[in-house]
Design a protein around this ligand. Structure first.
Ligand code: ZN
Ligand code: FE
Length: 275
């Protein structure tokens, strides 16, 4: 009698664990950990020390540093991380060439970065700075039901707010935020700062009747009283509460008294600058 054996092929499940390291006044560094390979990538390391401590605790090797833009509170830890992990690759925007310490890879819109079997697509999102990029990891193809995409957007989009326009125009920022707005609803937004509570206070001044916004403010106030984080935000909720993703909403255009969506965005941003 012939015995047939069935070879069972294990499906490799890509796991990318994301950790949040709160540093400085209100910055977040994000640590991406691949427990399979014991490797890690870090997004916008303002400081090296908290990252090195966490890597040691995990027993993981740093292989990549993903930078969204050149500001000091996003790149301050690069040099010291490279001293400890000289093999780590520093990614950043082509348009930031010369202003990101240790940068080795110069990225443009549509370029790809892989980590933990997942692939991030690069979105060019200037406005806060002229070189700003975001990294979008779509859900992996063998994703389970309910798996989310992950967006690391630096200082472009905040929960209920957006970055100041230091090196860009309102039109540029609207184009950048349009790209983010068109990502799937099931996207978690990993913003680089904990500005949510103050942003919601401003948002309520321009949309006082928005009940979703009112509820979110109540929730966030409670979270912050307990010193809990409001990040990651969910894109589907942001579309309902974030005035800077709602620049073309007729009621908001009426509030700032313009017919032009980009001008509405510019006026909202200017009002927020003075808030
Ligand atoms: Zn910045
Ligand atoms: Fe920042």
């Amino acid at each position: 009698m012939k015995i047939e054996t069935t070879k069972i092929e294990a499906t490799k499940i890509e796991i990318m664990r994301i950790e949040r390291l709160p540093v400085l006044q209100d910055n977040y560094i994000f640590l991406l950990h691949d427990p399979d390979q014991q490797t890690a990538a870090v997004v916008d390391p303002a400081l090296a020390e908290p990252v090195l401590e966490r890597l040691q605790a995990l027993g993981a090797e740093l292989t990549a540093i993903l930078i969204t833009h050149h500001h000091g509170d996003h790149v301050g830890g690069n040099q010291a991380l490279l001293e400890r992990f000289p093999e780590a690759v520093v990614y950043g925007s082509e348009a930031d060439r010369g202003r990101i310490p240790g940068q080795q890879v110069f990225l443009n819109e549509g370029d790809r970065v892989t980590f933990a079997g997942r692939t991030a697509e690069v979105l060019f999102v200037p406005g806060h700075t002229r070189g700003h990029i975001a990294y979008y990891f779509a859900p992996s193809h063998n994703a389970g039901e309910g798996e989310m995409g992950e967006l690391f957007c630096g200082d472009t989009l905040f929960s209920a707010g957006c970055g100041r326009l230091f090196e860009g125009t309102p039109a540029q920022m609207v184009r950048s935020l349009s790209k983010i707005r068109s990502l799937p609803d099931q996207t978690r937004v990993w913003c680089a700062h904990e500005y949510t509570e103050k942003n919601l206070q401003f948002a309520l001044t321009v949309e006082p009747q928005n009940t979703v916004l009112q509820q979110q403010y109540a929730l966030v106030k409670t979270l912050r009283q307990r010193l809990e984080s409001t990040i990651p935000a969910e894109l589907t909720l942001e579309k309902q509460i974030n005035p800077f993703l709602r620049w073309d909403l007729p009621s908001l255009m009426a509030t700032t008294q313009t017919q032009d969506p980009t001008e509405n965005f510019a006026r909202l941003r200017a009002m927020k600058d003075r808030f």
